[in-house]
Ligand binder design. Structure first.
Ligand SMILES: [Mg+2]
Length: 338
């Protein structure tokens, strides 16, 4: 049980080396600059990467693409965490999860750890998704997204979350007034399944090394993207594809293969430099026109958490873990009578 495991660790250490993780984020930011200079891959002439603190420029670009190519020939792809939605509190947020992942790997004795291994961390994350609300980073974002949808473009919500978080994910998207079910393209399963129409929310394996062509990928891409020989199940339903932490560029290429048609342009928005660069790279290698937006609206909050005191978030988890373990908060400690 995560709560008991956490209690055992309330003893020592500071996550000082966590700053290295933040350095990693900076490296990805500069990698994006290099991508823009065409130093990686075969950059498509018309493709572009951009950075934006607000969602409005994305709408403008969608309009431009729709005017140029017709809305039906444009695919709008967007991330969830810290892009469409942000956690109401730091506990359970993307930055919190990254920090916990870092501690697991580099400071396994940290008093701040909530799990003893990655699987347990995923369980804790599930508890936090189920019990915590989310909100759009900008209040008018759902309207912006609806405006893009009204252009007649196809949409795909592409998240690193795994399918086990689907109910909480769909709940929060709907609560925020995002609706992707009607604008997402239908996909067909792989040839071995009889080319049957895809069933909503089914889980499926996104690729098999050695049979990559059937999944719309190449051996060279698998090598460049460092695809694992143990692919994790993904799922697609309500317009949301959940890829369980796998390479988003590879997952988007696989998805395009399942949709079975070409788009004239792809528009992509994500708060994470790593994913932006992977999508940009995957699309431009194929000569698919893409405009990516590195969405930085939540960066200050992420940095504040990364460099700030973690006591509050650890206390919040401790309280929640006690409720989960005992059913109610424990009695406040009282001094023993002499
Ligand atoms: Mg994100």
């Amino acid at each position: 049980m995560a709560a008991a495991a956490y209690a055992r660790r309330l003893s020592n250490t500071h996550p000082r080396s966590y700053y290295l993780l933040m350095f990693d984020r900076l490296v990805y930011r500069y990698a994006l600059v290099l991508l823009g200079l065409g130093m990686f891959g075969r950059s498509s002439q018309a493709s572009d990467f951009r950075e934006t603190e607000t969602f409005a420029p994305v709408v403008e670009q969608a309009q431009e693409y729709a005017d140029t190519y017709g809305g039906e020939n444009v695919l709008f792809v967007v991330d969830i965490d810290n892009t469409l939605l942000a956690m109401d509190r730091d506990l359970g947020s993307d930055q919190w999860f990254e920090w916990q992942e870092y501690l697991l790997e580099h400071e396994p004795q940290s008093c701040h750890l909530v799990a003893s291994d990655f699987e347990e961390l995923l369980e804790v994350q599930g508890i936090l998704f189920a019990t915590t609300g989310m909100h759009p980073p900008e209040a008018d974002q759902p309207e912006h997204v609806a405006t893009i949808q009204e252009l007649g473009v196809d949409t795909l919500v592409l998240t690193s979350r795994g399918d086990e978080y689907r109910p909480a994910t769909i709940r929060e998207l709907r609560r925020a007034d995002y609706h992707f079910g009607d604008t997402s393209p239908a996909i067909r399963l792989f040839e071995t399944s009889g080319d049957a129409a895809y069933e909503t929310c089914s889980r499926f394996t996104p690729y098999h090394l050695g049979q990559l062509e059937r999944y719309g990928l190449t051996d060279r891409e698998a090598e460049i993207f460092r695809l694992s020989d143990k692919p994790r199940p993904v799922s697609y339903g309500d317009g949301v594809m959940m890829v369980a932490g796998q390479h988003k560029g590879a997952m988007l290429l696989m998805f395009l293969h399942l949709v079975g048609r070409d788009y004239d342009a792809v528009l992509y928005v994500d708060d994470h430099g790593r994913h932006v660069s992977r999508i940009y790279d995957a699309m431009t290698r194929r000569g698919i026109e893409v405009t990516t937006y590195h969405y930085t609206h939540q960066d200050q909050r992420v940095d504040r958490f990364a460099y700030g005191d973690k006591q509050q978030v650890s206390q919040q988890w401790r309280r929640l873990a006690e409720v989960l373990e005992y059913g109610e908060p424990p009695e406040p400690a009282t001094a023993l009578k002499p």
